[in-house]
Design a protein around this ligand. Sequence first.
Ligand SMILES: NC(=O)c1ccc[n+]([C@@H]2O[C@H](COP(=O)([O-])OP(=O)(O)OC[C@H]3O[C@@H](n4cnc5c(N)ncnc54)[C@H](O)[C@@H]3O)[C@@H](O)[C@H]2O)c1
Ligand SMILES: [Fe+2]
Length: 384
Amino acid sequence: MSLTSFSFPTPTLFGPGALRELPARMAKLGIRRPLIVTDGGFAKTDAFAALTSVLGTEGRGSSWFAYVGVHPNPVEDDVREPAALFIQHGCDGIIAIGGGSPLDAGKAARLLVKRPGFNLSRFYDESDWSGLAPFIAIPTTAGTGSEVGRSSVITLDGTRKKAVLFHPELLAKLVILDPELTVGLPAKLTAATGADALTHCIESFTCPQFHPLCDGIALEGVRLIVDALPKAVQDGRNLEARGHMLVAAAMGAIAFQKDLGVVHSLAHPLSSICGMHHGLANALCLVAGMKFCAARKPGLYRRVGQACGLETLGLSDADSDTQAIHFVTTFLKGIGLEGRLRDHGVTTDHLDSLVAQAMDDPCHKTNAVPVTAEDFRALYQAVL
Ligand SMILES: NC(=O)c1ccc[n+]([C@@H]2O[C@H](COP(=O)([O-])OP(=O)(O)OC[C@H]3O[C@@H](n4cnc5c(N)ncnc54)[C@H](O)[C@@H]3O)[C@@H](O)[C@H]2O)c1
Ligand SMILES: [Fe+2]
């Protein structure tokens, strides 16, 4: 057995109203002039107003600053611009609030604060990323789990591909999971981001790497999501369901330290080439990906089915997979996630570039079974 290291290090504050702890926690971390990083849509929400009020509305532009320009599926400018603002205003910490997009952009902006003008496509040529500005992550979608992750997913200028910038120094010093901040998330986005979290849990559990700690977290994540996501979609004000989804999303990302699989490799090019929301892309590809893996590794989803509440003990491997896949199909449909890629602007003309980018994507390298370019083409065609 080879040497392995297990790590679950992010301090996390959870509960309704947790945001109100922010000033005290900032002080503990030595943050006095934070830069807030978010997107324009979130900046108009009540949740952003709650943050403004906790920081002191009158201090905006003098004791705290805000960058509100992050795009969905962030690009390099979304990292460069907040870094420049940070330096211009002499900030001393970054607080990213919003979905995975602002969290990833804010997390990575610290790289360009440390090395202004650095070319992010050369990220892995540089190994010393120590001493980054302290980072607090406040997710307001329950999906990506970026808040507990060591990576930032940025579409690079040169390649137009999503690159995963991974470094332990990128970790947040503090995560605040406050379900009150997610009550305004529309039902469609609640469903799509929740499907991302579900895909993280399923793909990380079935990824073959030895990591029983992550496996346990992934299965409990599935159990929480299956229970809480329909409730959160149905009634956005259900704080218990919102809270369980926030925790489950963080669990999904903790679990995918193990790595992910074919579904994420299908999803990433759908965002970078066709602009599709990451969670929706996963949702539309998840069942096809599960069928593909189950056909080559029967029994793969037996315990996923159990985590969904199914009784799969006496069943054959093939039947336990069929039941789990049927459950996931019905579950996604029940929260409004059905349809085909073509309903979202994807056409056969996109196929060649989708397949090429999916092959280049690292996630499928850790899939439960190997995936070829022909497999990717067939999988895209199955959901087109
Ligand atoms: N770093 C990682 O480990 C990781 C993992 C998975 C995905 N990602 C990345 O995360 C990004 C997707 O993040 P996402 O799915 O959270 O979407 P997002 O951040 O793009 O947000 C989607 C929309 O939701 C809105 N929104 C967010 N919170 C809201 C709230 N409380 N009320 C109302 N509206 C709200 C935003 O304004 C935005 O319009 C992708 O770029 C993906 O690649 C990163
Ligand atoms: Fe994801």
